[in-house]
Design a binder for this molecule. Structure first.
Ligand SMILES: Nc1nc2c(ncn2[C@@H]2O[C@H](COP(=O)(O)OP(=O)(O)OP(=O)(O)O)[C@@H](O)[C@H]2O)c(=O)[nH]1
Ligand SMILES: [Mg+2]
Length: 346
């Protein structure tokens, strides 16, 4: 599962990517598609680790892909190659330039860039959908299939992203594997100038992002990269001077994680406190299989303590004594932050 950092040339994608991954990919050059692993910050894991003092603490991870912008003549266009690189991503994080850069062509225009990117994606999707619709009609495909393509075409013709069309009006089963861009979850990161790092999201941009059924946030990539280079004590002072409460990068990563509909459950003990990643809606038995296939195969039951319940009582013993330990079967839908202990027999 990977999330692509996409956008036009020089918007700050690689700067964000380097800061998140700790890698050192050259900035300002376009370059190749790069994949990196990012630790998902989680205060709950910090806290559990403080309580259990385990030998090892393991955070959830997710993969980010740095997709270079296309430099050159048609600067706001996307070439077939560029489009393909974007289609390979499961969710999109559009980085918009909102800082002045003498090396870039023209003034920063984040709203204009958002519109251009959206228009490109709509156009690319429409081309695919129309072709499929034509073929479905020719081959006398079932009525539902034709209706699904027509619903998609109607949305796209009015420039609505497919992600805004509810499941009840669009049978997505017919679109699997087409790589439709406007159906991908979208996070819009407005990369603002250092001097505006603490400013809220400009209203017009925020409104448009909401209309596109996307998530949005502002950050200053260069500030984030400066923060990452400091030690913890210095970081706090630096943030305070800028009028920031916390690094935007953590929020960015967490939002991206949520965008993929991912949640974490935890295992705790003296050896390791660990976050495990699952899709929202996963059943206990499947979730157990994340830890080890034996746990899925020989699953008997899950002993579950929601994170908040654990914090309220302080220890596993106190939770049990209060009668709050949940004993759940294989069909239990695991919740975000559940502390799980799997009983199994193989
Ligand atoms: N002032 C300022 N400069 C930035 C910021 N973010 C990136 N830059 C600069 O903008 C230039 C382009 O940054 P990159 O991170 O390489 O941008 P990119 O989106 O990866 O560019 P391409 O991959 O070529 O599309 C570099 O010189 C960065 O140092 C920022 O928040 N503020
Ligand atoms: Mg780059």
């Amino acid at each position: 599962m990977k999330i692509g950092l996409v956008g036009f040339a020089g918007s700050g994608k690689t700067t964000v990517f380097n800061t998140m991954t700790g890698l050192d990919v050259p900035v300002g050059y376009g370059g190749e598609v790069r994949l990196g692993t990012v630790r998902v910050p989680d205060e709950r894991i910090d806290r559990l680790s403080g309580i259990f003092s385990p030998k090892k603490t393991t955070y959830a991870e997710m993969a980010f892909c740095d997709v270079p912008g296309e430099h050159g003549a048609d600067k706001k266009g996307l070439s077939p190659r560029g489009l393909q690189q974007i289609r390979d991503q499961e969710a999109l994080c559009l980085v918009l330039r909102d800082f002045e850069d003498p090396a870039a062509d023209g003034e920063a225009d984040p709203l204009g860039d958002l519109e251009s990117f959206h228009a490109e994606c709509v156009f690319a999707d429409l081309e695919i959908v129309e072709k499929r619709l034509e073929r479905a009609k020719k081959e006398q495909a079932p009525a539902q299939e034709i209706a699904a393509f027509e619903a998609a075409r109607d949305a796209l013709e009015t420039e609505r992203p497919l992600r805004s069309v509810p499941e009840s009006q669009l049978d997505r089963g017919f679109f699997r594997g087409f790589g439709l861009l406007t159906d991908r979850p979208l996070l819009v990161a407005v990369n603002v100038d250092e001097s505006r790092a603490a400013d809220p999201m400009p209203e017009a941009l925020g409104r448009r992002i909401a209309e596109l059924h996307a998530a949005g946030l502002t950050l200053s990539a260069s500030v984030e990269s400066d923060i990452a280079a400091l030690d913890v004590a210095e970081q706090e002072e630096f943030l305070r001077d800028l009028g920031l409460e916390s690094s935007a990068l953590d929020r960015f990563i967490r939002t991206a994680y949520g965008l993929l509909d991912l949640i974490s459950f935890f295992t705790v003990g003296p050896d390791e406190v660990r976050a495990w990643t699952i899709r929202r809606g996963t059943h206990a038995r499947r979730a157990a299989g994340k830890i080890h296939s034996d746990l899925e195969r020989g699953f008997i039951r899950a002993e579950v303590i929601p994170y908040e319940t654990f914090i309220e009582h302080g220890t596993e013993g106190a939770v049990k004594a209060a009668g709050k330990l949940q004993v759940e079967g294989k069909e239990y839908v695991v919740g975000d932050g559940d502390i799980m202990h799997i009983r199994f027999n193989v």
